[in-house]
Design a protein around this ligand. Structure first.
Ligand code: ZN
Ligand code: ZN
Length: 738
């Protein structure tokens, strides 16, 4: 009797044995439904064995084989093995990340009734729409895109990302016969790939990068593609993708976030009109995600565009991997299976023997060091691809300013005023949403704190609420101080809402839009604002880092940055690296086309190396400063870290558990005689969150091999510790401390 050893999505690190009923075809990678205690779970068969160590009568049978999903291929099983070993996560949980959402199996048939198709413009549409879209900028932009690339396709995903009024208009075009359906599986007008286009011809730097990637086809070759914002990295990705696909390969492109960059998807669709592109991200309805997963698995999809989870997509003909904005922290999954999508992508490219391109204007220090040491090919795009545009001018102004408008320095207010007069756009950037980050009693000094976290409550004046941004706690804005009854409560500091209100008061005629997590909660809201900015319906944009991602607003000529100094005080060792990436990115937003840009940064440290690097538009000079600091402190990329984070209702329980974990770590390091330093426990930077006390223990090694030898035994030792009321996790290569 054959036995299947099944990996189940549970925290246990072991495999579970089940016997295989007669007639069921089961092999490694097959998805099966089984019983575990009272639950029915879907698992992945890791091995098929002739016998089990478990007694026959205690074995249960496999309930069924999931028939409508192909078995995971061998390379994905090997990838799961690697992720499980490297990140010390149970194999079943890792495989759980790879399996598409199966709850959708029934949903597929019901969603199939509504036939969504990709669209293209018909000849009569070209004629009818020419010149008739003057007052509908978003529609005009769509139409112009179609004009430039006849036959190009508006994908289902791109349609879904359109704001409702545009979607409605496009549907009307369809009814009028101006737009027609393109069956996604049918070959498009240019199935031979000849008239596939990637916009403007490549400039010499882009051409050089493209050629280097092309030459590496069929071998593992990692590249850092470093180019300032606007230098045209995407054109290089797309040209390389076109070439790989034309040669019969599949391409995987990973991006930090899809919903914030609907244009990116549209550009791909336009560049590859006859190729099948699918998206994979957690925001997709389950049925669609399963369908896309399948078309990647059976080789129908030529290109998969997705967030970090797409790194686990089955791709039988994989020929090229691209990680765009590779420095972005959202590639790291912070709960559940804690893996880094970029790093897993590099491993996967090596496993499959294909080139991988890591693109960024501000590469992660880890990536930069690989390039400096010659382990990664280093491709640079030093110029902005759009010829007449210049890099913006940088000005520093002090935070303290007696004439400031609610924290916005007078020179910045004057610069906004000048933009309004010229009909240009301004962006005011502050990485704090809400009205004010805290509420203070001017009489007794009371401050509104979260009852469940060691954090201040944020004033949301429009909603009349105090909110905790860490645990979601909400309470009504008090009328008076709960301690002394004083009614003069002061909102302290500035958030996006407060700036929006102040600017509306100062510039009553200006059209102001705010972009943060609160204002874009509704689906499609972000795309709507972005459209309004594009069409010139917005004069001043106030927002958080959501605005920093790759948007190209043509009339934006001023970027003002507030609150940048916060990161310089942070205890997080990556805070300054992240601030640098953010500042280089937001300053890249100013002056993208024919209009010169200006960036004004409010800071008390105008002589800080970061300020100097920004002024010189030289990220690498600042990266050198950061690297020197990291080397001196033995931090990544000059060390490998692992962090045990724990939380419990009681402080003494956390402390005792972590002290034992720390001791156990030192014992393991000694036993194995590996050079791993294990530090005493420390409280988390936010010691209490959502009612739980939190702490951490750090392990540090200079050699990755030493850390990898150390981790499995440390993990086992911690798992064996008493501490039933303590929740803990091991974070390998953490992005920061807890
Ligand atoms: Zn008071
Ligand atoms: Zn809280």
């Amino acid at each position: 009797m054959a036995v299947a050893r099944v990996a189940l999505p549970v925290a246990a690190p072991s495999l579970f044995d089940y016997w295989i009923p007669e007639g069921l075809a089961v092999e490694p990678g097959t998805l099966v439904r089984v019983r575990l205690a009272t639950r029915r779970l879907v698992g992945v068969v890791a091995e098929v064995a002739p016998t089990s160590e478990v007694a026959r009568e205690r074995l249960q049978p496999i309930v069924e084989v999931i028939g409508n999903v192909p078995a995971l291929p061998a390379d994905l099983l090997a990838l799961a093995d690697f992720v499980s070993t490297y990140y010390q996560e149970p194999l079943g949980l890792v495989l759980g990340q790879m399996v598409p959402p199966l709850a959708a199996t029934r949903a597929i048939s019901s969603s199939a009734r509504r036939v969504a198709t990709a669209l293209r413009l018909t000849a009569s549409g070209h004629d009818a729409l020419a010149g008739s879209l003057g007052r509908a900028p978003r529609l005009r932009a769509l139409y112009e895109e179609w004009q430039r690339a006849p036959g190009s396709v508006l994908t289902i995903e791109a349609q879904a990302a359109l704001p409702p009024h545009v979607k409605h208009a496009v549907r009307q075009w369809q009814t009028a016969g101006w737009a027609e359906s393109v069956p996604r599986d049918a070959p498009g007008p240019s199935a031979d790939g000849r008239d596939e286009r990637v916009g403007a011809p490549l400039n010499p730097d882009q051409q050089h990068a493209f050629a280097a990637i092309g030459k590496a086809r069929g071998t593992f070759a990692p590249f850092l593609l470093q180019g300032v914002t606007g230098s045209g990295k995407t054109e290089v990705y797309l040209a390389a993708a076109c070439e790989c696909i034309a040669a019969g390969g599949q391409v995987l492109i990973l991006v930090p976030e899809i919903s914030l960059t609907p244009q990116f998807e549209q550009r791909i669709a336009n560049a590859l009109p006859s190729r099948k592109t699918v998206t994979l991200h957690s925001g997709l309805p389950a049925g669609e995600r399963l369908r896309h997963w399948r078309s990647a698995a059976n080789g129908e999809a030529d290109l998969v565009l997705g967030t970090r989870l797409a790194v686990f997509a089955p791709l039988p003909r994989l020929a090229l991997v691209v990680v765009d904005e590779e420095h972005d922290p959202s590639f790291k999954q912070q709960d559940g299976v804690r893996y880094h999508g970029r790093d897993v992508a590099v491993w996967r490219a090596r496993q499959r023997g294909v080139p991988i391109v890591l693109g960024s204007a501000t590469p992660a220090l880890e990536t930069l060091v690989h390039a400096q040491r010659g382990r990664y090919g280093w491709l640079k795009l030093p110029l902005r691809a759009v010829a007449p545009s210049r890099l913006p001018q940088l000005v520093f102004i002090p935070n303290r300013d007696p004439d400031a408008l609610e924290g916005i320095g007078a020179p910045m207010v004057a610069a906004i005023d000048a933009r309004l007069r010229r009909g240009e756009q301004s962006l005011v950037f502050i990485n704090r949403r809400g009205f004010a980050p805290s509420l203070l009693c001017s009489s007794c000094g009371w401050q509104a704190g979260c009852p469940r976290c060691s954090a201040r409550l944020v004033v949301h004046r429009d909603a009349g609420q105090l909110r905790c941004h860490h645990c979601g706690h909400v309470e009504r804005l008090p009328r008076g101080c709960p301690d002394c009854g004083n009614v003069d409560l002061l909102p302290l500091g500035h958030g996006t809402q407060r700036l929006e209100r102040a600017l509306a008061g100062r510039f009553p005629g200006a059209r102001i839009a705010r972009v943060d997590r609160d204002s874009t909660r509704r689906r499609g809201a972000f795309a709507e604002v972005s459209d309004r900015v594009h069409s010139g319906d917005v004069d001043i944009l106030v927002g958080t880092q959501m605005l920093a991602k790759g948007h190209d607003f043509p009339r934006l000529t001023l970027v003002g940055v507030l609150g940048a100094d916060n990161a310089l005080y942070s205890a997080d060792f990556r805070a300054t690296e992240r601030l640098a990436a953010l500042l280089f990115q937001v300053s890249g937003r100013a002056g993208r086309r024919d209009l010169p840009g200006e960036v004004i940064v409010q800071t008390d440290f105008p002589a800080h190396p970061l300020a100097r690097a920004l002024a010189a538009h030289d990220y690498e000079s600042y990266a050198e400063v950061l690297l020197a600091e990291r080397r001196a402190a033995t931090l990544p990329p000059f060390a490998h870290l692992a962090l045990v984070v724990a939380e419990a209702l009681r402080r003494d329980a956390v402390d005792a558990f972590l002290a034992a974990a720390s001791d156990a770590g030192r014992a393991v390091a000694h036993d194995e005689s590996v050079a791993v330093e294990v530090f005493p426990p420390v409280p988390a930077s936010m010691p209490r969150r959502a009612g739980l006390e939190r702490g951490q223990v750090l392990a540090q090694a200079v050699e990755r091999g030493a850390m990898q030898r150390f981790l499995p035994r440390w993990r086992d030792a911690i798992a064996a510790l008493p501490g039933r009321r303590v929740r803990w996790a091991l974070d390998v290569d953490p992005l920061g401390f807890a």
